[in-house]
Structures are given as structure tokens and as C-alpha cells.
Design a binder for this molecule. Structure first.
Ligand code: CDP
Length: 245
């Protein structure tokens, strides 16, 4: 397929402006058996995250007597894409995304509180359309918060990229395929620390600054959606309670 025109009259193929996020919806605790869970619809991505633990690290040699260890498994369901490249399941890409996701959360979980334990994060992509590592991290952050495991901050992630000389936020699959750069970033919103920064393609120094500014601005919206997902179940309970008095 020839490279499609990704920006026409200042608008992207799905009608978004360059700095516009796709619609994001998050539900907390859809999975009963997990310590905490979340489901995210981010554009056409559909992703579940589930947390198990803290529980004794097994096999024992994987544990650490001074702190908890974080284990993470990111996988794409076999039916999650109509992609011609790559296989679903635990391939090299899934191992890489599992690793960077784990590192984001090692930075925020209060690991010292659970020596000898493991905290497992499962990220299952049910439907994919570009940006699944960012959406998975954003979703897993809500799942962790819903589990009650203490964290310093609630991370979010989103990517920015480049089409020609235009910096665009939150690329979907077709933009990801044909863009000139892709930079997924995870941020701890309270401290503004960057805990993931990957780069595919090339950006100039000033383009990186523009992209990070866009990402931080979008982060305010994403953080709000994450918090609302966590609060929603309690709002339902309190309105039922109010109705009963
Ligand atoms: O999903 P993310 O952008 O974090 O990772 P990527 O490796 O840049 O992949 C971009 C997109 O390609 C994914 O979101 C999927 O839609 C698609 N993909 C796929 O369908 N099958 C794969 N094995 C790998 C990627």
C-alpha cells in the first residue's frame, strides 16, 4: 500500500486535530478474582489489566527478601488484530513491552512494604489499534490503584509522533505504520518524572520538547479519566445510600 496522506487540511484521517487524544473510557474492577483490575477502551484499543498479589514470590529464587518484586506479562489475544506482521502471544515484542511496563510500576509501588512478595500485573490486549503499551500502562495504573497496593503516584502513558514536520499526539495504527517518528512516554503526574521514553524514528530536540508538552497537557485529561474510573463505584454506592435515607 502507498503511504497515505495522514493529515489533510490540518486534520487527521479520523478527524482529530494534531494534539487531540482518542476517546478514552476506563472501568475499574471488572474482574472479580483479581486483587484489582481495570478495562480500558482507548480509541479502538480494548485492554484488560489485572493485578494479583502481593503474595509469596514463587519460585522462591525470583523473590527478594528486602522488597516485593514486580512481574508483568503483556500479551495480545490471537484475535486482537487483523495484522499481517508478527504473531500474537509471547513474542519478542511482548517480552519488551512486559519489561518496560514492569519498570514503570517498579518506580511507583512502595515495594519495601512487601519483602519476599510478588505483585503480578497482567495486561491483555483484546483489540489493538496502535498505542497499546501506553493504553496498557494507563489501564494497569488504575488496576493497581483499585487493588489498594500503595503507590507514590498513578502513572499514565501516551505516545506522540511526527508526520512530516507536524507533531501529533496518540497515534492510531495507520498513523503508527506511516509516521516518521513514534515516542511513547509514561509519566508520574505528581512529580512529572518520566518513567518510560522510547523512540522509533527521529525527532529534533525542539520536536521532542513540543511532543513532551503535548503529552503532559493530555496527561491532565488522562489522569482525570483514571481518577473518575476509580471513584465511580463509590459514587453509585453513595447515591444509593442517599436515596435510602
Ligand atoms: O501498540 P504499540 O503502539 O505500543 O506497539 P507497536 O509495536 O508500535 O505496535 C503498533 C500496533 O501494531 C499495535 O497497537 C497493533 O495494533 C499492531 N500490531 C499487531 O497488530 N500485531 C503485532 N504482533 C504487533 C503490532
Amino acid at each position: 500500500m502507498d503511504k497515505p496522506e495522514l493529515i489533510i487540511d490540518g486534520k487527521r484521517l479520523d478527524g482529530r486535530m494534531p494534539d487531540q487524544l482518542r476517546p478514552i473510557k476506563i472501568t475499574s474492577n471488572p474482574i472479580r478474582n483479581a486483587a484489582g483490575s481495570a478495562y480500558i477502551e482507548w480509541g479502538n484499543n480494548k485492554i484488560l489489566a489485572a493485578i494479583y498479589g502481593p503474595r509469596e514470590a514463587l519460585p522462591k529464587h525470583t523473590g527478594n527478601l528486602n522488597r516485593a518484586v514486580v512481574k508483568c506479562r503483556y500479551t495480545m489475544a490471537p484475535f486482537s488484530s487483523i495484522e499481517e506482521h508478527g504473531r500474537p502471544g509471547m513474542n519478542r515484542r511482548a517480552i519488551e513491552i512486559s519489561k518496560v511496563t514492569k519498570e514503570v510500576f517498579e518506580n511507583v509501588i512502595l515495594l519495601d512494604l512487601f519483602p519476599g512478595n510478588e505483585i503480578s500485573i497482567f495486561v491483555e490486549v483484546l483489540q489493538s489499534d496502535g498505542g497499546t503499551r501506553a493504553a496498557g500502562i494507563t489501564c494497569a495504573a488504575v488496576a493497581l490503584a483499585a487493588s489498594g497496593i500503595p503507590m507514590r503516584d498513578m502513572p499514565y502513558a501516551v505516545s506522540a509522533g511526527k508526520v512530516g514536520e507536524t507533531i501529533i499526539l496518540d497515534m492510531n495504527k495507520i498513523e503508527d505504520n506511516y509516521s516518521d517518528a513514534d515516542m511513547p512516554v509514561a509519566i508520574n503526574p505528581r512529580t512529572k518524572e518520566v518513567t518510560l521514553l522510547q523512540m522509533d524514528g527521529a525527532l529534533s530536540r525542539s520536536q521532542v520538547t513540543t511532543a513532551l508538552t503535548m503529552i503532559e497537557k493530555a496527561g491532565e485529561t488522562i489522569t482525570k479519566i483514571q481518577r473518575e474510573a476509580l471513584l465511580r463505584p463509590y459514587e453509585k454506592v453513595s447515591s444509593k445510600y442517599e436515596a435510602s435515607i
